[in-house]
Design a protein around this ligand. Structure first.
Ligand SMILES: CC(C)(COP(=O)(O)OP(=O)(O)OC[C@H]1O[C@@H](n2cnc3c(N)ncnc32)[C@H](O)[C@@H]1OP(=O)(O)O)[C@@H](O)C(=O)NCCC(=O)NCCS
Length: 216
């Protein structure tokens, strides 16, 4: 059964230690570990292409896959150690229509859900590096990915998800639709280039409040 962002699934299939969720329009959200070479190559391609088309995922373009690989491998080490989650969204159709490409090229986007490594903070996690390949952007896969992460986190007994975005990009409205609200802003914390400092905006999603109006 397909479902749209914000709707709870009727059931939850599991493949190995990968939670698999059917989603909007046949897209699927999956938590995956371990990551094999083919999937690593796909993730590297996505992260590099997103960076080179102006996405805010840690790099200033232009970047090559060799530039991005150390950050990806560091993140995957944490996934393989069982500390963090890798959550991917798989497209139901190729960009422009037609059947989806074969695995893992149907992986259209991903994010990490990271432990915060702090005592007394086991009830929440960070969401990091949310991205959808430019060929697939605007097809609601980002919304589906955030919604799936929220469902998985809630099922794992977590209460909150935190993430940070660069101010001035309009991304707060994308996250706002998924239940994330600004709780703090650190002026000038991100130096994109000399003379180009941006605010770091801290957003929080209270999982039990997703879909409800923001409390005043
Ligand atoms: C941001 C991103 C993940 C959104 O994914 P997507 O699949 O393109 O977005 P969706 O199609 O699911 O959009 C869902 C809604 O958010 C809105 N939205 C999407 N990207 C947006 C943006 N950059 N700014 C403001 N609103 C945005 C859409 O218009 C849509 O609105 P609607 O519900 O009124 O129709 C994707 O565009 C991306 O990877 N961008 C580059 C990387 C990046 O900047 N990541 C953020 C790191 S903090």
């Amino acid at each position: 059964m397909s479902r749209g962002p914000g709707q709870r699934p009727a059931g939850d299939a599991t493949r190995g230690d990968a939670a698999v969720r059917p989603a909007f329009g046949g897209a699927r959200v999956e938590r995956i570990a371990p990551v094999d070479a083919a999937l690593r190559a796909r993730l590297l391609r996505i992260w590099t292409d997103v960076s080179n088309t102006g996405g805010w995922v840690g790099f200033v373009p232009p970047v090559a896959q060799e530039d991005v690989a150390p950050a990806l491998d560091a993140a995957l080490r944490r996934v393989h150690e069982g500390r963090d989650w890798l959550v991917v969204v798989r497209a139901a159709a190729a960009p422009g229509g037609g059947p989806p490409p074969a695995w893992p090229d149907d992986v259209a986007g991903f994010a990490f859900v990271a432990t915060n490594d702090r005592l007394l903070s086991e009830h929440w996690r960070w969401v990091l590096r949310v991205q959808v390949h430019p060929d697939h952007q605007g097809a609601r896969l980002g919304a589906v990915l955030l919604d799936g992460i929220g469902d998985m986190a809630e099922d794992a007994g977590l209460e909150m998800l935190h993430l940070t975005v660069r101010g001035g990009e309009g991304l707060e409205s994308f996250y706002g639709r998924a239940g994330y609200h600004e709780v703090a802003r650190i002026p000038g914390a991100i130096r994109v280039a000399p003379g180009d400092d941006r605010d770091q905006v801290v957003l929080v999603c209270r999982l039990s409040e997703r879909g409800s109006p923001r409390p005043s």
